[in-house]
Design a protein around this ligand. Structure first.
Ligand code: FRU
Length: 332
């Protein structure tokens, strides 16, 4: 090839090289990030026909309940080919979750979904997303103030109160109770605690031990071990979620004391809390819906510039051995 012919090819070679660099730069998503799987052909990240990218920041994926929330979002989103959902898992790390929110805003997602680990530290990054024009739907755990587009979740204070009322009734108005609290810097922990305390006030129910188990089964098990070593009589354990109620049960069983007390939890996933009630491990659990399907309904409305309610409150159900085979009882 003559030198002048070679020169004529240079722009094309440079273009090909730049394209390669660009494609490598847009390589596969980071480990904690994945899109609505099954929709995107290999090598591309955009489901065919997707017009909107939704960022979903999940605070943790170690509890079955959060895995279910993501699955519910994914299932609902898959009915709408115009949506692509990118999931990020903050692995129970608040700083990482703040960073995820910032990354979604820089990537100019059309809408942000977030289930925040803690209220205070996630409030500001979400406010900044709103300032940047990204609508935000907050799921299950609240932020401080009202700088978000829409909140979707069950009424945790009401669930805490219902748990307290059930406990007063079941123990005949008096007894010694252990309370294993969810992370107290998150609003469900605060509300499940205050609702419960309101309901038992003036009764003969005495909380002899309480501890923050950070929503985690291993922490709950450890706290229960210290409660068991300190108190000879424990009539009931009220745990703010089913993993913690299960952890407490395992601690009591290891001490040979599980038959001496009752166990109450919250979440009531069919494969978790409801199954525990059927197996006689838990005496009661309250459903805490994930809101995944409702989130996608709200996403569609917001993208269509229709109005959505600022607060969408989901219902709950009580499951006990008496009603579990009939699908539980709706809370009034
Ligand atoms: C999962 C979880 C649930 C609980 C919810 C509260 O991380 O702990 O068990 O109901 O979060 O936000």
């Amino acid at each position: 090839m003559h030198f002048d012919v070679l020169l004529r090819h240079i722009p094309r070679v440079v273009a090909a090289l730049s394209l390669t660099v660009f494609l490598v730069g847009c390589g596969p998503p980071a480990a904690e990030e994945n899109t609505t799987a099954g929709q995107s052909p290999a090598g591309t990240r955009q489901p065919a026909g997707a017009r909107y990218t939704i960022g979903m920041s999940q605070c943790n994926l170690n509890e079955p309940w959060r895995v279910q929330m993501n699955a519910d979002i994914k299932t609902a989103a898959e009915q709408h080919p115009e949506l692509k959902v990118v999931f990020k898992d903050a692995q129970n790390d608040t700083l990482k979750q703040r960073q995820h929110v910032e990354e979604f805003v820089s990537a100019k997602v059309d809408l942000l979904l977030i289930s925040p680990k803690e209220a205070q530290p996630l409030t500001e990054p979400v406010a900044r997303a709103m300032d940047a024009g990204v609508p935000v739907i907050v799921l299950d755990r609240r932020l401080l103030g009202d700088k978000y587009t829409c909140f979707i979740g069950a009424d945790n204070k009401k669930i805490g109160r219902a748990a307290g009322e059930w406990i007063v009734k079941t123990l005949g108005g008096k007894g010694k109770v252990v309370e294993l609290k969810g992370l107290m810097t998150s609003t469900p922990g605060q509300d499940r605690h205050s609702g419960f305390r309101e309901a038992i006030e003036g009764s003969g129910i005495e909380v002899i031990f309480d501890a923050d188990m950070h929503w985690l089964e291993p922490d709950a098990r450890k706290e229960m071990e210290s409660a068991l070593s300190r108190f000879e009589q424990i009539d009931l354990v009220y745990a703010h979620n089913d993993p913690a109620a299960h952890g407490a049960y395992l601690a009591a069983r290891a001490a040979g004391r599980e038959k001496d007390m009752k166990f109450v939890g919250i979440d009531a996933l069919p494969q978790e809390g409801v199954a525990y009630v059927k197996q006689g491990i838990l005496d009661a659990t309250f459903r805490y819906p994930t809101g995944g399907a409702e989130a996608i309904d709200a996403v569609l409305k917001i993208l269509a510039k229709e109005s959505v309610e600022k607060d969408i409150t989901l219902g709950s159900r009580l499951f006990t051995k008496e009603n579990v085979n009939e699908g539980g009882l709706e809370l009034p």
